[in-house]
Design a protein around this ligand. Structure first.
Ligand SMILES: [Zn+2]
Length: 72
């Protein structure tokens, strides 16, 4: 019943360099600023204005954003 209200901690990151999509588990207490693509080795960083790689490249934003708390 309350599953919809739970924070999602799974996000699929799409690499802008090679298009590889990788499901990742997000930390709930920290932002991840760097992410190395397993497909091409590109190190992704957040876009300007985004707090972490999940907000920029993932299909689900990071837990603090989902909870409307702003960034960490
Ligand atoms: Zn890549």
């Amino acid at each position: 019943m309350d599953t919809d209200a739970e924070t999602k901690t799974r996000s699929t990151i799409t690499c802008p360099a090679c298009g590889t999509r990788t499901p990742e588990t997000m930390p709930t207490d920290a932002c991840q600023f760097f992410y190395e693509c397993p497909g091409c080795g590109e190190v992704l960083r957040p876009k300007p204005g985004d707090c972490c790689v999940f907000c920029s490249w993932g299909d689900v934003p990071c837990p603090p954003i989902q909870a409307d708390k702003g960034c960490c």
